[in-house]
Design a protein around this ligand. Structure first.
Ligand code: MTE
Ligand code: MO
Length: 204
């Protein structure tokens, strides 16, 4: 077998191992939003944190940009069956962000609230991983509105609908509160490696 052929096969094996079941690789970056992109005015935009926290807080855009960031490279997986490898994101590490206001031990779920009413729920535990961000830069540039700019959550270990675009508030809750797609029939957890795509309780 030629050197090149072997390298190609190795690459393929690597990709197969990285691709969750039922997914295919894309080099594009598809856009999936049920709403229009919200207008963004840096003078009036804010991000709020509320619920089971020690201090409910609010950041203006300028204040939010003061928070230290990290940059990560990660694979992302959409329930519509595309995956994209090695995407690069800069943002605030969620578990560091939590130290700014303190989370009460009663908090068990994180609910992301977005412009136009999109919500998505995630167990707090899943938000503590070292790849969960509040992100505003993609591939070195400001996050485009199509991909959730100015600010979105990034939870790469779950299907991408759990990564909330146009994020405006984060709720820490004692009880689970299924979000927009979760109420619509998407799986409540959404682990791509377990193919947790849909559950039968929703509107389809
Ligand atoms: N606010 C908001 N966030 C959202 C959505 C949405 O419609 N509104 N769609 C979700 C879905 S279903 C997916 S697959 C991803 C798509 O992210 P992308 O458009 O950057 O690929 O965003 C998720 N976050
Ligand atoms: Mo999606």
């Amino acid at each position: 077998m030629s050197f090149l052929k072997r390298r190609q096969e190795e690459e393929q094996m690597k990709q197969n191992h990285r691709l969750p079941p039922g997914q295919s690789l894309t080099h594009k970056f598809p856009v999936l939003t049920y709403s229009p992109n919200p207008p963004f005015d840096p003078a009036t935009w804010d991000l709020r944190v509320f619920g089971e926290v020690e201090n409910e807080m609010r950041w203006s855009w300028a204040e939010f940009l003061e928070i230290p960031t990290v940059t990560i490279t990660t694979d992302i997986h959409c329930v519509t069956r595309w995956s994209k490898f090695d995407t690069v994101w800069e943002g605030v590490l969620f578990r560091d962000f939590m130290k700014l206001f303190g989370v009460k031990p009663t908090a068990k779920f994180v609910i992301a609230h977005c412009d136009y009413g999109y919500t998505t729920n995630t167990p707090l535990e899943a938000m503590l991983d070292d790849d969960v961000l509040l992100t505003y830069k993609y591939d070195g540039d400001w996050l485009e509105p199509d991909h959730g700019g100015p600010l979105r959550t990034l939870v790469p270990k779950l299907y991408l609908w759990k990564s909330a675009k146009f994020l405006r508030a984060i709720e820490f809750s004692e009880v689970d509160k299924p979000g927009f797609w979760e109420r619509g029939g998407y799986h409540n957890t959404g682990d791509p490696w377990k193919e947790q795509r849909y559950q039968r309780s929703g509107w389809f």
